[in-house]
Write a protein that binds this ligand. Structure first.
Ligand code: NDP
Length: 460
């Protein structure tokens, strides 16, 4: 008789947990996976997927405007938020069904409920107790509630933004990262008066400076108000239900709604980690090694709960490395180098590798190739928005260290640029690549002369 009920117990049915559970089950392993809310996790239920659908929805007003230059007359338009919500809900229900079916077809047992570790091999869900040789924790994260802010309970977070009963007329968003920037553009596109309140000098702190400035200018040109070096000090609810935001600079401004997007915390509370002896870090994240193994030999953790890189494809990659390591006898380190990423702002950001600033800190001399131009599709539309492309090249080795795009379809481009940067291709490889004309992306292979050089951190 087997020593344990299961070969693998997965806690958390998000992108990482589902992938690991499905793959392990398809290898013939005895797998159970517990989820307390809905299968699909943040990405499918209240993250990437509904967000992208909202981005599409918010882009239509610009499409309607642009149509005139191409000869179209668009009749009266009207936006219906409940229709968008209902259609979005239908789509995520469909995706959730696919996640469940994938697990079932692979032979994994689905358990609905909150799992708690009783010891390093035992998990309890509801009335049931199961033992497993290996346990994988993939419980994800949740918005930072910003409890230090007086009145934070009046604010909404990304979770609520996906299911608002009705759209506000005005909103202020606190934060300057992915979520704050993406939602600022969504709300603005849906014709809501939008203000972004960011504590630092410039939004998107870890991105290339040209992308940050370029996006800031483009957002302001559209009519999004961006307050940098600014924070909420207090939020108060008025008798009419609106919210007064007291700002660090001294002013008080009134908004229909305030959304906070100041990072996400790992979901490690009340999981029984102490009972199992699993160590966590300062933010509550589960500490793991390069293979996603915790300090307890048979307990592993992947995805946002480890607070390494909070991105869905990273969680999935970590799941696949876990399967190789634990069930295929092929110990595989997780590779977090050169992760291509997109911010679905409007205009979009697509980026991979080092920013100019980061590269300047690490390399002696850089060649920077940068182009800024009006994409063809904007010409007849009469739209003035510029597109920006930038390659950061190590002058000594000619290796392309970073590739950055601001403009339509930047995320799609970054996916492919990611292969080039990952493969450590050189600028000469880019130069030898034939352009596709007419595209915007052709600019990436036709920037032959450096725009400027960076030596010892200085532009020359
Ligand atoms: P981010 O880490 O991207 O941004 C957090 C923002 O909040 C930063 O601007 C940060 O400022 C600011 N901030 C942090 N603490 C405070 C504070 N106490 N007071 C005021 N401002 C504060 O987190 P998000 O919440 O935007 O998103 C969470 C994660 O989800 C992201 O890291 C990303 O990995 C993922 N995500 C990815 C998306 C994508 O791939 N397109 C889309 C949405 C989310 P500062 O920069 O100065 O530290």
């Amino acid at each position: 008789m087997a020593k344990f009920d299961l070969d693998l117990f997965v806690i958390g049915g998000g992108s990482g947990g589902v992938r690991a559970g499905r793959l392990a089950a398809s290898l013939g392993k005895r797998v159970a996976i517990a989820e307390e809310y809905r299968f699909g996790g943040t990405c499918v239920i209240r993250g990437c997927v509904p967000k992208k659908l909202f981005v599409y929805a918010s882009q239509f007003p610009e499409h309607f405007e642009d149509a005139a230059g191409y000869g179209w007359t668009v009749g009266q338009t009207r936006f219906d938020w409940p229709t968008l919500i209902a259609n979005k809900d239908r789509e995520i229900a469909r995706l959730e069904g696919l996640y469940r079916k994938g697990l079932e077809n692979a032979g994994a047992r689905i358990i609905e409920g909150r799992a708690v570790l009783l010891d390093r091999h035992t998990v309890r869900v509801g009335d049931e107790t199961l033992t497993a040789e290996n346990i994988l924790i993939a419980t994800g994260g949740r918005p930072n509630p910003h409890e230090a802010l007086p009145g934070h309970e009046h604010c909404i977070f990304s979770n609520e933004a996906f299911d608002l009963k009705e759209l506000p007329r005005s909103i202020a968003i606190g934060g300057g990262g992915y979520i704050a920037v993406e939602f600022a553009n969504i709300f603005h596109g849906l014709r809501i008066e939008t203000t972004l309140v960011y504590r630092g000098k410039e939004i998107l702190s870890r991105f290339d400076g040209d992308l940050r400035r370029g996006l800031h200018e483009a957002m302001e040109a559209k009519g999004i108000r961006i307050l940098c070096h600014e924070v909420f000090e207090k939020v108060e609810k008025r008798p009419d239900g609106r919210l007064d935001a007291h700002l660090l600079s001294g002013g008080v401004e009134t908004f229909d709604q305030i959304m906070l997007a100041i990072g996400r915390n790992p979901n490690t509370q009340d999981l029984g980690l102490e009972a199992a002896g699993v160590e966590t870090g300062i933010r509550g994240e589960i500490l793991v090694d390069d293979y996603s193994r915790t300090n307890v030999e048979n307990i592993w953790a992947i995805g946002d709960v480890t607070d390494r890189v909070q991105l869905t494809p990273v969680a999935i990659h970590e799941a696949m490395c876990f399967i190789e390591t634990v069930f295929k006898g092929n110990p595989t380190r997780v590779d977090h180098q050169d992760i291509a990423t997109a911010v679905f702002s409007q205009p979009e950001i697509g980026t991979v590798g080092l920013s100019e600033e980061e590269a300047a800190r690490r390399f002696g001399e850089l060649e920077i190739f940068r182009a800024s131009f009006r994409p063809m599709r904007h010409t007849l539309a009469g739209r003035q928005d510029k597109m920006m492309m930038k390659l950061v090249v190590d002058a000594a080795s000619r290796r392309v260290l970073g590739a950055h795009v601001l403009g339509p379809d930047a995320g799609e481009m970054a996916q492919l640029l990611g292969i080039a940067v990952k493969a450590r291709l050189t600028k000469d490889d880019f130069d030898r690549t034939m352009a596709i004309h007419p595209t915007a992306a052709e600019e990436l292979v036709t920037m032959y002369q450096p725009t400027y050089r960076v030596r010892n951190g200085e532009r020359v």
